[in-house]
Design a binder for this molecule. Structure first.
Ligand SMILES: Nc1ncnc2c1ncn2[C@@H]1O[C@H](COP(=O)(O)OP(=O)(O)OP(=O)(O)O)[C@@H](O)[C@H]1O
Ligand SMILES: [Mg+2]
Length: 315
């Protein structure tokens, strides 16, 4: 049996009083592109640093390809590509010299492959790192993460600084990479960044894992929007009883609806009237994700209240 590419098992990391990662567990399978999502300070980089053995867990364990991230760190590195969130590079080296230096540490790489990666990302390797724009630095970071054709690629916020066309190419690269049975684990702040490319996502908030979901399942759960323009004004209430409809508002002859699941019952009801136009909003995952952030703000208020109440002898 082939080993599981990434296993995070009851991982906890404390920095003094701060619980940066709190009993987090999840697995990532071969051939998966897996997204790790959460707001600033959620614990994404801390989890990744434990996985890479850059910091030691307070408790719990991480395994890469069945190997222990602490005991077998050296062996793991051979099959792993890593893009840190804060890649340090020598300012006086060119991009190419930087890659040569890193390739040397790895015991040599296939330069035709490196050239192919650079061409695809449109990276300029001739300039000195000190002169690079942040996007160009990021490209060198991505190339070094993939230059040994890693079985497992761990990328901490890989698309930071990349323009939209480069992002598209990068996503195509990731898909090709996993089509050979390799695995990609990447972190991000926003779902819209990763929804096109990931198969599954884990949401982390204040160190705790909130959910692990397939993109397919998330899309099915997402609320969608429909705008119907009728020939004459129609009361919104007509739509409220229809299966899947959450909200309906009317503005003159235009009715805006939020629904989930199949559109069929809704359309059937609408076509009892003369419909002039139908506008279907794309699946609004971004909004769903914002709700998730808003919940965090609400939790914080609740926690603070809890602390206040405890101070006053309540709760
Ligand atoms: N070396 C450290 N010493 C003390 N606290 C730390 C250290 N590293 C991280 N933390 C704290 O741990 C928590 C999680 O930080 P982490 O960097 O993992 O978040 P993140 O999800 O990667 O955030 P971002 O999206 O901003 O990169 C934060 O509260 C952070 O301040
Ligand atoms: Mg981070």
């Amino acid at each position: 049996m082939t080993p599981v590419p990434i296993e995070i098992d009851g991982l906890t990391k404390r920095f003094g009083d701060v619980v940066a990662v709190d009993d987090v567990s999840f697995d990532i399978g071969a051939g998966e592109i897996f997204g790790f999502l959460g707001p600033n300070g959620a614990g994404k980089s801390t989890t990744i640093r434990c996985l890479l053995d850059l910091i030691r867990p307070t408790s719990g364990a991480c395994r890469v390809l069945g190997l222990d991230s602490r005991k077998d760190a050296v062996e793991i590195r051979r099959s792993l590509g890593f893009l840190p969130s804060d890649l340090a590079m020598y300012p006086n080296l060119t991009g190419r010299q930087t890659l040569e230096f890193l390739a040397h540490l790895r015991g040599g790489v296939d330069w035709a492959w490196v050239d192919e990666l650079s061409a695809r990302l449109d990276a300029d390797l001739t300039r000195r790192v000190a002169e690079y724009s942040s996007g160009n630095r990021q490209k060198v970071g991505i190339i070094q993460a993939f230059m040994n054709r890693p079985k497992v690629a761990v990328l901490d916020e890989p698309i930071t600084g990349l323009d939209p066309l480069v992002q598209l190419e990068f996503h195509a690269m990731l898909r090709e990479h996993v089509s050979d049975g390799n695995t990609v684990f990447l972190s991000s702040h926003t779902l819209s960044e990763v929804e096109r490319v990931t198969d599954r996502v884990a949401f982390i908030r204040r160190g705790r894992l909130i959910a692990v979901e397939s993109m397919e399942h998330l899309r099915a759960k997402a609320v969608r929007r429909l705008r119907l323009e009728f020939a004459v004004p129609v009361p919104a209430e007509e739509f409220l009883g229809i299966a899947g409809v959450h909200e309906a508002t009317a503005d003159g002859a235009t009715v805006t609806l939020q629904y989930e699941g199949s559109m069929a019952p809704l359309l059937k009801a609408a076509t009892n009237r003369e419909v002039l136009s139908v506008e279907s909003g794309s699946i609004d995952l971004d909004e769903m994700f914002l709700e998730f952030y808003r919940d965090e703000a609400a939790d914080e208020v609740a926690d603070e209240r809890g602390v206040e109440a405890a101070r006053h002898g309540g709760v």
